[in-house]
Design a protein around this ligand. Sequence first.
Ligand code: SF4
Ligand code: SF4
Length: 503
Amino acid sequence: MKSYQPNEYVVERDEEKCIRCKVCVNQCTYETHSYDEEEDVIRSKDENCVNCQRCVTFCPTKALSIRKNDSPYRQNVNWTSEVINDIKKQAETGGILLTGMGCDKPFLSYWDRLLLNASQVTNPSIDPLREPMEIRTYLGSKPDSLEMEFENGEVALKTHLSPQLTLETPIMFSAISYGAISLNVHESLARAATDYGTYFNSGEGGLDPRLYKYGDHAIVQVASGRFGVHSHYLNSGAGIEIKIGQGAKPGIGGHLPGEKVTGDIARTRMIPVGTDALSPAPQHDIYSIEDLRQLIYALKEATDYTKPVSVKIAAVHNSAAIASGIVRAGADIVAIDGVRGSTGAAPKVIRDNVGIPIELAIASVDQRLREEGIRNRASIVAAGGIRSSGDVVKAIALGADAVYIATAALVAIGCTVCQKCYTGKCPWGIASTDPWVAKRINPDIASQRLTNLLRGWSLEIKDMMGGMGINAIESLRGNRLNLRGVGLTDTELKILGIKMAGD
Ligand code: SF4
Ligand code: SF4
């Protein structure tokens, strides 16, 4: 069928600068560039370009640039080029429109409407270069009170403490499954988490045995498909996460296309090579909080009560009530993923229309758990659209203990958020399992870039805390007095539990 869709991008090559080295030809996995031997010229097929910027970055003479194709359609605020092209695409394929990464609709980013406080005159600020700043974070259930005992002049803790995850910075790498990304990317995340003293998350595809050595810094996920879940896997991680929902696709399951289910991925997931890995929408053994409790305790039992169990949900309308039930069911950590959370592949209509912003969810969950007197029983992890250390600090001030990052981590190793992860052709070697392309990620280099990102953000977090006169991250958690809103309605301010700037 002839396609009626115009190309989205236009490739521009400066022929004066081009030395016909063919780097762009080799780097592009969408076959945008080709070399015409007869005429000794490089040509481009604009219709193939997804604007991943791989060729532009690696062109040695800076001969390339890519620009958005000016809309050929008449300007219309309702019938935008995106809307028209999506309809054309579906008329041609008759299928669900897939996309990758997080929602890019211009919903309000509350992070950008929140401002932090800084000490002036009284309660002076703290200089992190000269004074110790504590950002170590412990995730897990905390007791209602602590009992001490004194023996032979020594003080000892009598209260039994639940297992905890110890983070040297309140930032972890969010769940990204092996298969959605290559082993090299998984290893880079694992190595950076180990080097910096934090955690990566296996995602729902199991853990390749070659990564078990990073188990002390792994959170292993148990999702509805139970891919790769066995006793050795559960015991290999430092923590376990039950995935109920994901911010990019609340209420639906996952899908890894059969073409990406190659040898090692199939073995890790415990499914035949080349079969589609479809995880069901619900966990088929969970239809109530009591069922969830059974799974939480089954996992605790399977790991001898040595690992905290997290439950991950998508941020939806009644997240606060759901989180309360999850905590009462015995979870040690509640991870909440907002509407801007990323994915390797999701139906576009779900990604862009379902869920709520993480800022509102975190504030309401923290508030509800405090009101019910159970906030200490579980830690809260915020995920979905954390772009900077400023967002991290604001998330913690709204009530989170720590955050998960995924898109930011992938950007650190080359991702340009082109949203084509679902094609499996990622030219940066990230969301691709093609061995030739996957080699573009060198775990030595990528893990260094990730460690640098964690270090940079951690230094900035200390700077912001110092400015507020806070020297321990514990004092920032849920400290909404240090936040003010700009351009928000009374209802929004009420849900966030903050005052208007100037008040
Ligand atoms: S990478 Fe740059 S210099 Fe090399 S062929 Fe492509 S456009 Fe020309
Ligand atoms: S991971 Fe690759 S395909 Fe996905 S958005 Fe980033 S650059 Fe594009």
